[in-house]
Design a protein around this ligand. Structure first.
Ligand code: HEM
Length: 412
């Protein structure tokens, strides 16, 4: 059992994210790769649009239509809400409710933060019956994996959870279980021809994983479908929120770059101002692309090294031989600081570096951009997150004048 493994009904959920068995990983990835392919983005777009519509409505009602202090939003928090709700919508055709309610539903964000600390190196968190967290600092579960058997994967707790005596499921796993149960019920009630037309209309991730389950019910069994949906939320919400926050933060700190982006959006033929920018249009905008690439470079969402285990042949890096079985890793931010690849002053935010580079240089920069990882384990949700970001950013800058509030300016 891995530390970074969610639990549902007392049993750990094995996913792409936490499996270390390469052949299992490759088979699972092959089974669901289609759902994340570039070609499916068009079908996902209406689900992103409906979330952006809800987001804009709340921003209008709560802030933009209330001048003065009422117009000040903690936009980083709202981007977090967007990222959770949009992946909920894409996965289950149902938002988790962050946007409408303007709050951290069931403490999901707080729980996830607690879990990331737990998985990493800084604290132990004990998931109590009511899913609140008791944190004992300075014990390092990520560094001392056996501690996990005492806390979250404690066999007694797991047994009690499995038998319904306590509930140690994360709120995301509970939400996913409820969505899956209602989808299976819905499918059971529909006759096959109606089912076909409904799922053609919706086609969210859950539908796609259930299609994979139909093709290979032994390998993609119900628990695996559940694990895949939970992994989407855990892997895709925080990472997208962090990157969106970086996009807005850097633009706000570099008004000249923001002006260039706004100018590009005003000059392009994107339809009425209130319209959500389409994926097809957004990805042809060079400055927007440069802004997103530069934010991914400057502030990669995954701050820790992306680890791999040296294979049985060993590995020679320069003049150093690394023996088989050694954990090695590279940190995206360190890779992105390479002047020989990313050009002069790599520590500075400069979207123009992506525009002034020659085709050969830009290809090299793109190949070295490590925010989504690389190789067999590279982020399977990259296209999805680009869809979410490429649509939201221009839509916001077309509809609002965005600036830092004076209270924020004074606090930095
Ligand atoms: C800006 C947003 C995102 C960033 C920066 C990001 C980053 C990453 C990174 C660094 C990895 C590990 C790659 C490696 O070890 O080489 C990863 C894996 C993964 N990501 Fe993302 N991710 C993002 C969005 C998403 C989204 C939206 C989803 C789901 C729809 C998702 C699902 C996954 C999954 C399932 C894996 C495991 C893949 C595997 O092991 O085969 N990610 N992501």
């Amino acid at each position: 059992m891995k530390i970074q493994q969610n639990v549902a009904k007392g049993k750990p959920l094995l996913s792409l994210f936490n499996s270390t068995d390469e052949s299992f990983h490759a088979k699972l990835r092959r089974s669901v790769a289609n759902a994340y392919a570039m070609s499916t983005l068009v079908q996902f777009e209406p689900l992103v649009d409906s979330t952006i519509e809800a987001f804009v409505k709340q921003i209008d009602q709560r802030f933009a239509d209330r001048p003065g202090d009422g117009g000040v939003a903690n936009f980083g928090t709202w981007l977090h809400y967007y990222a959770f709700d949009v992946i909920g919508q894409l996965t289950f055709s149902k938002r988790l409710g962050f946007i409408e309610q303007g709050k951290d539903i069931d403490g999901i964000i707080a729980t996830l933060e607690g879990l990331l600390d737990y998985f990493a190196v800084v604290s132990v968190a004990i998931n109590t019956y009511c899913c609140s967290y008791l944190t004992i600092t300075l014990i390092k579960v990520g560094q001392k994996p056996w501690l996990d058997r005492l806390f979250l994967k404690n066999p007694v707790l797991l047994w009690c959870n499995d038998h319904g005596l306590i509930n140690t499921d994360s709120p995301v796993a509970a939400f996913a279980r409820a969505r899956m149960a209602s989808r299976l019920e819905e499918k059971a009630q529909l006759n096959s021809s109606t089912e076909q037309s409904t799922s053609r209309l919706r086609k969210d991730f859950l539908d796609r994983f259930l299609d994979a389950n139909k093709k290979d019910p032994v390998f993609i069994n119900d628990r695996r479908v559940l694990a895949l949906t939970v992994a989407n939320i855990f892997a895709g919400a925080d990472t997208t929120a962090i990157t969106l926050r970086a996009v807005f933060y850097f633009l706000l700190k570099h008004p000249d770059s923001m002006e260039k982006l706004v100018h590009e959006l005003q000059s392009a033929d994107l339809g009425p101002q209130s319209q959500i920018v389409s994926w097809e249009q957004a990805r042809t905008l060079p400055y927007l692309t440069a802004v997103i690439q530069e934010s991914l470079r400057m502030h990669p969402a995954v701050g820790l090294p992306l680890e791999r285990i040296v294979p049985s042949t060993g590995l020679t890096v320069g003049e150093i031989f690394i023996p088989p079985g050694t954990n090695v890793g590279a940190t995206a931010r360190a890779v992105h600081a390479k002047e020989s690849i990313f050009g002069a002053e790599p520590e500075k935010y400069r979207p123009e570096r992506w525009l002034t580079a020659s085709d050969v240089e830009r290809t090299e920069m793109n190949n070295a951009l490590f925010s989504f990882g690389m190789g067999a384990r590279t982020c399977i949700g990259k296209n999805i997150s680009l869809l979410e970001m490429y649509k939201l950013v221009p839509t916001i800058f077309r509809q609002y004048e965005v600036s830092l509030s004076s209270s924020f300016q004074n606090s930095i």
